[in-house]
Design a protein around this ligand. Structure first.
Ligand code: NAP
Length: 238
């Protein structure tokens, strides 16, 4: 296995020579959702150009897409056959990236990722919760927080299944505020959650109010409930 960082390959450029590759897992992306509003071309260079360059390697490709390709107006789970209608520059780049991946790719649409590395909502809440009595968290966006450990197992199953778009997210759903409360409860942190609205937060990019993903395809990988993902992730933290 060859695990590459940005230092090894800036995906806005064609890939350096690696030799033969059996499978590409393409997770590099511009993920600054608000920043993409101000710099949409730079975001597209990474997300669309990067995916095209990954596809040009000519190996079977798994690429990761997002619930933000949907507008969030539904109140029942989004299926693969639902029409995307991204409301943000980031969502638009990811939708174009799906097209750039080509017909012979597994396009994994997932949501609200958290894990034990990098920056994510779980790690942010753990840091804030250890430091403050109260945090304000948005309570009018509903999705499925997905533990990357569970997603990785699902991707292993997915590569035995046909190509195309697959919705792969944790079971269950919640708002960000409910997720924050669960984090504090599971981590034993004494911190209150003040529920606020998306409008209160006033972020540059629009987010879908509802973006629960479910699969209508035959035999999709099934992930555990997000709360099990939270417990499993907390157990992996140092
Ligand atoms: N986070 C979510 O909630 C979520 C939800 C749905 C789908 N996704 C998708 O899942 C995938 C992984 O997301 P993530 O949350 O793990 O993202 P992340 O933590 O922001 O990681 C993205 C990675 O891409 C690298 N990268 C950025 N620009 C690059 C470039 N030009 N060349 C090479 N590498 C570059 C970053 O490197 P540096 O560390 O050096 O910047 C970082 O290692 C992405 O496709 C994302 O769109 C994420």
């Amino acid at each position: 296995m060859l695990a590459l960082t940005r230092d090894d390959w800036d995906v806005t450029e064609p890939a350096p020579a690696f030799g033969p590759v059996d499978l590409v897992l393409h997770a590099a992306a511009w993920t600054d959702v608000d920043g993409a509003e101000a710099e949409p071309q730079e975001a597209a260079a990474v997300n669309v150009g990067g995916t095209q360059h990954a596809a040009e390697l000519g190996a079977p490709l798994v690429t990761f897409s997002t619930d933000y390709v949907f507008d969030g107006r539904k109140r029942t789970p989004y299926l693969e056959s639902d029409a995307p209608n991204p409301q943000s520059a980031y969502g638009r780049t990811k939708l174009h990236a799906e097209a750039a991946a080509g017909e012979d790719a597994w396009i994994v649409r997932t949501s609200w990722l958290f894990g034990w590395t990098s920056r994510n909502f779980l790690l942010t809440m753990l840091a804030l919760g250890a430091d403050r009595d109260e945090v304000a968290v948005v309570d009018d966006q509903r999705g499925s927080p997905t533990f990357v450990g569970h997603l990785a197992k699902a991707v292993r199953e997915l590569v035995e299944l046909p190509h195309g778009v697959w919705h792969v997210a944790a079971d269950g759903d919640c708002t960000w505020a409910e997720f924050a409360e669960a984090i504090f409860e599971e981590a034993g942190l004494d911190c209150r959650v003040r529920r606020i609205s998306t409008a209160d937060l006033g972020r540059p990019a629009a987010r879908p109010a509802y973006s629960v993903l479910r699969s209508e395809r035959d035999g999709p990988p099934r992930l555990p409930h997000w709360r099990d993902g939270l417990r499993d992730c907390l157990a992996r933290l140092p």
